[in-house]
Design a protein around this ligand. Structure first.
Ligand SMILES: C[S@@+](CC[C@H](N)C(=O)[O-])C[C@H]1O[C@@H](n2cnc3c(N)ncnc32)[C@H](O)[C@@H]1O
Length: 240
């Protein structure tokens, strides 16, 4: 019998709930046993491996581009033709494919090889250049090469101690005039979070400035029919 792959179906949601429970039990961050500077690579590895090709078992895989990313792409009146886009922590590839469908030349990476091979299987005819790479050890030749760097839900999934370094790296990937687009869950500075994930506080934008980024626009988006919780959608560029 084939799996129901409709994320809104009760079957898909039941498989997701079951997987989440099992994954939470294996997650050192959920047990309060995570090292402060952990990249959580073992846990991400476990997520993709234990999913056994069922996207319902990958907690963030909704088999379509994030609505805030898709809306950003649609709103680009001059289009994305030939824009060099980098998708960070691309998972199963839906955001990367959305950029490619709009005409961008897309490179997408994730540090889990199983995620990358899965994305390539899903999009066999893809124009996206999928790579296995770690944000904290990227190919040096990527520096300064991208007109748009997009990250969705990766910063909120790594330990807070690594976020300033991650922002500095994201900024270093921008070509002159390039933009960094961040889509993440948001919270008030003093709101308690149990984590993971860890919605980003407003001070993340101060961290970005300290890493040489200029915040062009921050949208503080409250929950909508499509988006269950508060989100930031922010555009930054290299200062100066
Ligand atoms: C919460 S998921 C989001 C995936 C995708 N961006 C999306 O919106 O569906 C975070 C992704 O980032 C990847 N990731 C986390 N840390 C990373 C790192 N240091 N380098 C590359 N990928 C990373 C994970 O493997 C995972 O696929």
């Amino acid at each position: 019998m084939s799996l129901n792959l409709d994320p809104s179906s009760p079957e898909f949601q039941a498989r997701r709930a079951e997987a989440r429970k099992a994954l939470d039990a294996l997650d050192p961050a959920m047990q309060g046993a995570m090292a402060a500077d952990s990249k959580r690579q073992d846990w991400f590895e476990t997520v993709y491996k234990s999913a056994e090709d069922d996207p319902a078992r990958v907690p963030w895989a909704n088999l379509s581009a994030h609505p805030l990313t898709a809306a950003f792409i649609k709103a680009q009146v001059r289009g994305l033709d030939d824009l060099r886009v980098l998708d960070v922590g691309c998972g199963l590839g839906d955001n990367a494919e959305c950029f490619a469908a709009a005409g961008a030349k897309v490179t997408a990476f994730d540090f889990i090889a199983d995620a990358i091979s899965w994305a390539k299987r899903r999009f066999a005819e893809t124009q996206v250049d999928y790579r296995t790479a770690d944000l904290f050890a990227l190919p040096p030749e990527w520096r300064g090469q991208f007109d748009l760097v997009h990250e969705c839900y990766t910063l909120q999934a790594i330990s807070a101690a690594l976020i300033p370094q991650a922002l500095g790296i994201l900024g270093s990937l921008l070509a002159p005039g390039g933009k960094l687009l961040i889509v993440a869950r948001g919270r008030a500075e003093d709101e308690e979070v149990s984590g993971p994930h860890w919605p980003l506080p407003p001070s993340v934008f101060e961290s970005a400035k300290a890493q040489g980024l200029e915040v062009v626009v921050v949208e503080d988006i409250t929950a909508t029919a499509q988006i269950s919780r508060r989100h930031w959608r922010a555009v930054m560029r290299r200062a100066g």
